[in-house]
Design a protein around this ligand. Sequence first.
Ligand SMILES: [Zn+2]
Length: 1198
Amino acid sequence: MPRRQFVADLQKAQQDTLPLGIFELQQGEDDGQFEFEFFGTPTSGLIEPVKITAIIPDVSEYPKSHEYMVFCGDNAPHVIGAALQDVRGTNRKTVFELLDIVSATLARLAPDRDGDTQMPDSQLESEDEESDRDVYDDDPEAFEISANQPTLYAAATSRTPKMSGRAFRSRVRADLLAAKTAGFKVGYLGHLMDAFNAFVTVSIRVSKLGISEEAMQAWHVDPKEYLILIVQYPNGYKTNEELQACDSMRLTPNLAMRLCAGKKYKPTLQEAIKAFTAVKQTFNDDSTASDLPAAEDGGADENALRETFISKPLNGFLQERLVPILRYRSAGMDWHGAEALYSEITSKGAGGADEIPDRFYRPEAKNDTLPDIVTADHYLSESAAPYSFPLLAMQFALRHFVRCTEFCLVCHRKLDTELEAIKPYVCDQSLCLYQYMTLGFGPSIEHEVLTQPKVVDLLVSFCYSSASATRLRDFPDGLALMVPAVDLVQYRAPDPYAVYRSYYRTQQNQPAEVKREPQELPAYDVGFDRDRLEMIFFNKPDQRPVRRGSWIVLTTRDLGNSELHCRVSDVTYYPTISIDDPIVLSSAGVPNTANVSVGSADVRPRTITPATTPRWIPASFTVYDQDFEQLDRAGKCISICKLLDTLPSVKTIQDYLAKKRPADLKYWVERISPAALSLLRWIIASNRACIMQVDGDSSGDVQGQERLYGMKDFVQFRFAMGAPDKEQRFITEVRNTTQRLSLMYPTIFAWHGSPLYNWHMIIREGLHFKNADHGRAYGDGVYHAKEAATSGGYSAMAMPGAYGGQSTAKIAWSNSQLRIFSAIALNEIVNAPGEFQSQNPHYVVQHLDWIQTRYLFVQCQPADGTVRTIEEKKPANAYPQDPSRTPRGSSDTIVLPASAITSRRAASDGRTPTSRSPAKRLKGLGGFDDPIAIDDGDDSASDATDAEDLDILFEEDEVEPEPDKIDPPPQTLIKRPDGAATDFVPGTLKFNTLPIMPEPAYANSAATRRLMKELHSLQKVQDASALSDLGWYIDAEKIDNAYQWIVELHSFHVIDPHLPLVADMKKQDIHSIVLEIRFNKDFPFTPPYVRVIRPRCLSLAQGGGGHIVLGGAMCMELLTNTGWSSVSSMESVLMQIRLAIASDPPARLDIPARGDYGTGEAADGYVRACRTHGWAVPPGFQEMAFGMPAPSSGQGGQ
Ligand SMILES: [Zn+2]
């Protein structure tokens, strides 16, 4: 039986010692298939094991005439895949022989870190290839690997020779100095000069970046904050040249970057570590995610380091592309060319072309409105090479931060559109939109709903109006929306806007769209019991048409024209199916404004007890099975209206979010369909204007904003559009005309109205005059009215019948609380009507840079009690306006609060406007002469540079005269900083009461050296940090065996004073948790094993937690083969363990228990927990846990 022979051979191989570098041999899914991992030797430099699969296509031929196919996954290093393809002579080999051949082939690819090819198992190298062949094969190609095969160490061999200590330090110093001279604040953390794990920070105050105040508000950044780039060098500082010489595989362990914001120019060491600590999210494994607070919830801790609104996409971008792009830069391209070439090569492949086309060398036009520090380019500087990597990285980061609206947030290509927006977005590739939404790059709807409910209502209402008038142009395509069937009656109904659309098309020269009938989805007849929320199929279809979680549209005769939209909650008793509470919608053509709350109404009165016998009423349903992208424009518009009508009101969503934890709408499955949620997310995320509610009836209002006077009964929003440098361009225009015309009042204000259905587009595309709805009687330009009533007329009455009482039904979103029926903007315009296209009866302004939007007003018919009427009150400090050109609002001549206008010109540096005279203001620093006040002062007064950051730049060389010589280790006589109070006293742990083991048999010099280095590095951190800041303590003096560390964790009150663990420890007079950490000979390629020695803690089942399992072992994914990364420094590991112990549910002490945990119970608990979670136990675990070789049972896979 050949198959049996194969299985027996496989089992035998599994029990045997596997060939060098091969682990985890397992039977595969298919017959004749097996899988194993290749991890090489500890020094092979592989970051993670490579999974290799071998298949015997016809196992019946085993072991006489079979063949093998051997391959690895796509994400494995290329050289390994290529080498496997070249493995020959495996035919007719046993399983074990095959493993040996693979091991030998791959081992040859990986000379060890020092660049020589000495393998620990020298036999393979010293023996002649002939003998290998003799053993395994008569096929002479067995080990042939072509001579030009790249090795894993292409980069290692070309590496610049290691610099001497002194040269190294002077280079580091020069690099940092370059960044400082360029105008940045520079800091470092860790052991930069000792070539250990270190962080370099480069930062700049946001106020120096020339970002308008509107953009700062839209981006959630504060002018006083610092934008900080943290560069991590896990294996010591690397120069620009060294980094460029690394291939992507070597780069990851040597370099990582994060862009953050913070109140101080430099984060603390803890914060820096945290910034690089990825939080495993349940829905995606995003390696660039960090543990920092997100941009929106920055309020929690004023001083803390936090992510910026754009950190997520930019971190990944920096990590993946900066170094490759720098390579192109060193070939002479500028940023633009290098980025474009990178995109081209990654999307199309190198294409074999040796020559780079000239277009990539074309210089990019400089944007003069940006401050020099944003456009400066180290690569073009006179000083020439060597270049400072931290400076280059910061310049690259700034380019993409300040100019974020010019690039796609996902593919990072420059957007080739003339549209300007204040918030970044994606390009029009549907894949980019898809990733933007799924990776959570955009704003969080939950945050927007909680802080700016009226804005969300406004955005949805605008979209609804636009869709119901079939005016939408961009759609949420690429999101795989499955929507309800499109109502064919509605679809075929004559289009009331046809005339306008054809007019619009002639203006735009757009071809008429071919009308395509939407598909008719199958309808199923069922009986429906309204009280029990069940339906039954009388004729059971062959295939169950729904599953749990499907959304359906149910209609019954009883409910007339209404539709019930609901989620299938249970199909276990098919043909009987249970549904969740339905959402009742009036169907097409029937106005439903009479009952605004109908959308969220419950069909059945809750008080009725369901009848014992089901009462089936005839009903029929269709599934949400229409692919949104298959619809034409009209179909999509109808579909969007229908989905929006199923949404609850913003207030209802707010109430849900206020009650639920986690406050995440994706869990509200029974109320919001996936399609409706995606649509809502798209509406919020695709808005590229900055709109902030002004009225004081919610916490999310613009702080300290006064209402404008003269627009009684309108809801007010502050409103900014255009690129982040739009304000700058506007102010430049204002300044020029003010000087040219000697103006007393530099600007005027006027109204811009547009039909409601246009606003969805206006806030996305900005004002332009290509789309002139109301004709161009007075020439091309943006039309402005002097009285709100005039523009209001445009806004509401441009299309007869569309507004006003008669047909509001199909225009307004039924669950809107605002129920907007007109919208109008107030713009600030250069005071030069004589130079406008026309000034009577309207101002027609042909220069877009002469216009800035300031306010948006909407007129509402709010449902009773949903929007408070606001009392009209003139602002205390009025903004002076040209008396002859003051516009009239709905109720009176408008009075603008000075704070709304002047603040932006003076606030950047904290000055409050004092002068009321515009003429005087011109001369002031904050006036028009000085557009966006770019703060170019020195920060030293407000945020002094740490002495150590200055020292590192200047001090050392002057006091160190002797040339290249091995430096004596610097004496650490630094006084430890104080930090928060702690009850922990270092050095009080009695080591003689602990189970100390001797150095294990598996110790080898490489691993020992590495561990000693880690220990030394920790010791330095410990000496330089406050005890309570670290929260861990190692008595390195007492550690004799590098493979077994004793670590104490303490000061948990610093994490959270209310942790029950803090109280437990206090009660027991225990000041630390004593951990034992054991290392394998393969460290850092396998994780350390961590267990609590004392005190005993409660297991999860007993009400404890903190990732401490029964037996005392720490069970975190990080500490298993599945979650471990060889790049993790022990410092960050300790911090994560401490956080894990405090994480929910936190650890609790087992107060009555006595004694320490034992070695055996801990190891058992660890293995058990790994199995439960499906995590891989590290190879050699048994050896490590017990300090002795594994018993022959083969525990742990090796
Ligand atoms: Zn894109």
